[in-house]
Ligand binder design. Structure first.
Ligand code: GLU
Length: 480
């Protein structure tokens, strides 16, 4: 028992995953899902999660993108145990490894001209063979002083086989693989080399990434073998598609994580949505972070691509908005009110507003929109609501309720409810015939929380002022 427990513990200690984005844009939802799966796998096994910024493409990498990635990770709560590491800080190490490979005859200099490579390619295409470098410079003594690239000497024969945690057994023929360039003419190392060096140096045990990298894996395995390093376990995640079946991209709508933040999606809703993209646990849809950590397993990830469904994300978001504590929702809602030019300090307690609106909005942006009237007079009535409810028959109920509310000294939801009921009774009307015109009068809208809570939060002064606005509107209509 004891030995087993120790073994289990040792196993957990060794798990290390990483998220390795190239900072050439915002944090994409596909990237965020990769990060989430890597993070969950590490958390589940008590391992470590590393963030590595792959910024070696100096032309396309930007500071702005690095910040967007870090911001997205923080917002989602995908905290990393190590990093962020920057590949541009590791150039000496990459060169050291390249020199080692050169010294051991596992890499070589190549000075083939662009013209030669183009001609080779053309010839291969003509003969219907897969274009690849022909090893022309293998074994040639090329001076380091003349312009050259460095190529990895890929094993010419045999197969590279690996057991992918998602795809199962994957095999590639070495004959299909090139002697790939590991250092460009300008001295910069290439992606397959830098990834291998960092994964090995950082002790990454599980490489979890998008399946757009699956063709790179045999090349990386060959380099790792040439360096005498242990191989990580690979898991290649299936693509995410848009609603038309093509790879998810901007034209399908928001794909940046922070765009969802700006739209008022809660991070836990986005995480819950992302975890279900390609993974399931029975027919369960709602997963807290703790449940995800407990139940998630890479082995259960689907091989097939999954489709992004904004409706479902909004459904989850609504669920989390409804379930959360009003004070947290208020805290998250506040900047969205600010975006509408509203300072929540100038009106009712935002926590109370959040509490009455929690059931009524799919996003925080929507919640801010439907809550604006608590803080300022609306600019115009919702046309349909006004047409339907602010008609001459509403005049008397509005006048009566105004009178009753004016006289009210205790502006409490109970007393407000009572006042509406009393007016309805005195006019022999159903409660709605008083409450609905009143609702449109105070909010400008057809739908709000309960009339008692709505009036309570709008406050006496604004309620009376807006009833007058509604009466004026009815009179203006009458004169038309
Ligand atoms: N930097 C690569 C990318 O953003 C990922 C590399 C990897 O995960 O191995 O696509």
């Amino acid at each position: 028992m004891k030995a087993e427990a120790l073994k289990g513990n040792d196993y957990r200690m060794t798990i290390k995953t990483r998220f390795a984005p190239s900072p050439t844009g915002y944090l994409h939802v596909g990237g965020a899902r990769t990060a989430l799966f890597s993070w969950l796998y590490a958390r589940k096994h008590g391992g470590k999660f590393v963030l590595r910024i792959e910024d070696t493409d100096l032309e396309r990498s930007t500071e702005e993108s690095i910040n967007a990635i870090l911001e997205g990770m923080t917002w989602l709560g995908l905290e990393y145990d190590e990093g962020p590491f920057y590949q541009t800080h590791h150039f000496d190490r990459y060169n050291e490894i390249i020199d080692q490979l050169l010294g051991e005859g596992k890499a070589y200099r190549c000075n083939c001209s662009r013209e030669r490579l183009d001609a080779l390619r053309e010839e291969q295409m003509k003969n219907k063979v897969k274009p690849r470098y022909d090893g022309h410079c293998r074994g040639k003594a090329i001076s380091p002083d003349e312009p050259h690239v460095i190529r990895f000497l890929n094993p010419p024969t045999g197969t590279v086989v690996f057991d992918d945690m998602v795809r199962g057994n994957v095999a590639f023929n070495n004959e299909e693989l090139d002697d790939l360039i590991i250092r460009r003419t300008d001295g910069s190392p290439t992606y397959n080399l830098t990834v291998v060096v960092d994964d090995a140096d950082m002790g990454i045990t599980h490489v979890i990434r998008g399946d757009d990298h699956i063709n790179n894996t045999p090349r990386q395995i060959n380099i790792l073998r040439a360096l005498g390093k242990d191989l990580p376990v690979y898991a290649h995640l299936p693509m995410i598609l848009g609603d038309d079946g093509s790879r998810l991209s901007k034209r399908h709508g928001a794909v940046s994580v922070m765009e969802y933040h700006n739209q008022g999606v809660l991070p836990e809703a986005l995480l819950n949505y992302l975890v279900r993209l390609g993974w399931s646990h029975g027919d369960q849809e709602i997963f807290s972070i703790d449940e995800m950590i407990e139940l998630f397993d890479i082995k259960d990830v689907n091989k097939a691509a999954s489709s992004f469904n904004t409706e479902k994300l909004l459904w989850l978001n609504q669920h989390y908005i409804k379930e959360d504590k009003p004070d947290r929702i208020a805290h998250l809602l506040s900047p969205h009110m600010g975006n509408r030019g509203i300072d929540p300090a100038t009106g009712p307690d935002l926590v109370e507003v959040a509490r009455v609106q929690q059931e009524r909005a799919k996003t925080l942006v929507e919640m801010a929109e439907i809550s604006e009237f608590f803080y300022k007079d609306y600019d115009a009535f919702d046309e349909n609501a006004a047409k339907k409810n602010l008609r001459p028959v509403a005049k008397e109920p509005l006048l009566k309720i105004k009178e009753a509310l004016q006289a009210l000294d205790d502006w409490s939801p109970e007393r407000l409810k009572q006042a509406v009921d009393d007016v309805a009774e005195s006019l022999d009307l159903k409660m709605g015939k008083v409450a609905q015109p009143l609702r449109v009068a105070v909010s400008g809208r057809a739908a709000t929380p309960g009339i008692d809570e709505t009036l309570f939060l709008v406050g006496k002064e604004a309620t009376l002022r807006r009833i007058d606005m509604a009466l004026a509107y009815i009179e203006a209509r009458e004169q038309q």
